[in-house]
Design a protein around this ligand. Structure first.
Ligand SMILES: Nc1ncnc2c1ncn2[C@@H]1O[C@H](COP(=O)(O)OP(=O)(O)O)[C@@H](O)[C@H]1O
Ligand SMILES: [Mg+2]
Length: 299
């Protein structure tokens, strides 16, 4: 038997999330049927930070909820970690969901539990962990989000950014491969948003968890995401790598806006670099004559 080459191994690598022709409709009170997600296929690779964007009502949240089967598709398959979630029993699904953490715009913390209680909650209900294991894991997760010192605090005493950090720690407690984020910064101011995005990027780099983030804020995509998919009326209309943005033409207005943001950032960092270099030159020119002037003319 021959060993696969690294290239072959990569080609054979399964994506951590694979949606195959998923479909989700809702019956409206009027009796009409509304197609929220229409025959949509999507692969997301292990370790990616993947943005789902689109206008309000485009089907982003529905699509995200299909990934952990909070919404069951009317048709199609949902693979996470190689398992088709649509074929699992309730019990198997409950176990498999430990592999998929989720955070929301409104944090959804337990108000009557401390930070410790919130992060420990998913470990306690799944029951396979000793008290010491839970304690260690909670502390580990709180350290990851920079909230170790808030362990005995109640949610009401925390800022919005801190609440979302607790929610992230809770979502990571069971060591999931995938973290789903539905508009996680929409309730936060821009300063807090920036720091939370840095934390998410840091977590992705440190523990390699795959992040799927729904957002309507293009700056979130530009700062955080490696890949992005654009949804319109329940369909995936465009998908690209954010770092490729300046090189390619886009089909959608949102795609072009992301391009423009990436171009602007590149321009700004180039200008900053040039300014810095020019600044150094000026400093050298200024310093040099002064030094010369201090030298005694006759030496
Ligand atoms: N449970 C539901 N019942 C009826 N309609 C729904 C339900 N969930 C979502 N929808 C409809 O599906 C469409 C897509 O919703 P959603 O996925 O929340 O969009 P987005 O997150 O992009 O704003 C919306 O028009 C919404 O009203
Ligand atoms: Mg939504």
């Amino acid at each position: 038997m021959t060993h696969p080459t690294p290239d072959a191994a990569r080609d054979n690598a399964q994506p951590v999330i694979r949606l195959q022709s998923v479909q989700k409709s809702f019956a409206l009170p009027s009796g009409e049927v509304f197609d929220a997600v229409q025959s949509l296929s999507l692969d997301i690779q292990q370790g990616d930070v993947f943005g789902l964007i689109g206008k309000s009502g485009a089907g982003k949240s529905t699509l995200l909820r299909l990934i952990n089967l909070l919404e069951r598709p009317d048709a199609g398959k949902v693979f996470v970690g190689g398992r088709d979630l649509t074929t699992l029993s309730r019990r198997e699904l409950r176990d498999t969901r430990q592999n998929i953490g989720m955070i929301f715009q409104q944090f959804n913390l337990l108000q009557n539990a401390t930070v410790f209680g919130n992060v420990a909650f998913p470990l306690k209900i799944h029951g396979h962990h000793s008290k010491a294991e839970i304690d260690a894991r909670v502390r580990e997760c709180l350290a990851l989000v920079g909230l170790a010192e808030k362990i005995d605090t109640y949610p009401a005493q925390l800022s919005g950014g801190q609440k979302q950090r607790v929610a992230i720690a809770r979502a990571l407690a069971s060591r999931p491969q995938v973290l789903l984020c539905d508009e996680p910064t929409s309730a936060l101011d821009s300063e807090t948003t920036r720091s939370l995005l840095e934390t998410l990027r840091d977590i992705n780099q440190k523990i390699g968890v795959t992040i799927v983030i729904v957002t309507h804020e293009l700056s979130v995509v530009e700062v955080l995401c490696r890949n992005v998919a654009i949804l319109e009326k329940g369909r995936l209309v465009e998908q690209f790598a954010v770092e490729d943005a300046p090189k390619a033409e886009r089909k959608t207005a949102l795609g072009r806006e992301i391009d423009e943001l990436v171009r602007r950032r590149e321009r700004e960092s180039r200008e900053l670099r040039e300014l810095r270099e020019a600044g150094n030159g000026v400093a050298t020119l200024r310093v040099a004559p002064d030094l010369n002037a201090q030298e005694p003319a006759h030496v």
